[in-house]
Design a protein around this ligand. Structure first.
Ligand SMILES: [Zn+2]
Length: 185
């Protein structure tokens, strides 16, 4: 960060008396600018043994398959963000009331937190690839190889766990982290 978003003055890293970390503070208006992780919200939407996946049209991992997901926007709830991404990327309208928490992933090295909901679709949906997707589809576990998944470094063995849970309909909320001081995948 170089300039203040309030007054466009120069900012510098400064020690604040009440804070253990140095913070960017504006040299002109004294506003303190905190840099905090961004939240990515995604959704596991499944019908029978198939999961909605989007083949990414954008980097990173263009051409690989991912759950519909994206950054939460200002003024949105987590559920609204998940539903918006599913609609934008795959043309799928979700019932917000039926979203259940599926997983929480901390990625301290890139300052992101990923949270994922799950929802069982009541019927086979009609899908439409949005501008961020090359194609969208409901896929079975055997339809993808390990290398076909986007963000595989974050996923670890999660696709196996995901399809296992969908098969058995026994879900528990996963929390894990990749990178940072402690890596537990
Ligand atoms: Zn300023």
């Amino acid at each position: 960060m170089r300039y203040c978003s309030e007054c466009a003055g120069a900012v510098s890293l400064q020690s604040l008396e009440y804070d253990s970390r140095k913070r960017y503070r504006c040299n002109t208006c004294s506003r303190v600018h905190y840099l905090n992780p961004k939240i990515v919200v995604g959704c596991v939407a499944y019908f029978e043994d198939r999961v909605l996946l989007c083949r990414r049209a954008l980097e990173p991992d263009r051409g690989l398959w991912a759950l519909p997901a994206g950054f939460i926007e200002e003024g949105e709830s987590l559920e609204e963000a998940a539903a918006r991404e599913a609609e934008e990327e795959a043309g799928l309208k979700l019932d917000l009331q039926r979203l259940e928490l599926y997983s929480l992933l901390s990625l301290p090295d890139i300052n992101q937190v990923w949270m994922t909901f799950r929802i069982e679709l009541p019927r086979e949906p009609t899908l439409r690839a949005g501008p961020e997707s090359l194609e969208v589809a409901l896929l079975r576990e055997g339809d993808l190889k390990v290398n076909d998944w986007a963000f595989s470094v974050h996923l670890g063995n999660r696709p196996v766990v995901l399809f296992e849970q969908i098969r058995t309909k026994r879900f528990s909320v996963h929390t894990w982290s990749v990178g940072g001081k402690k890596t537990a995948v």
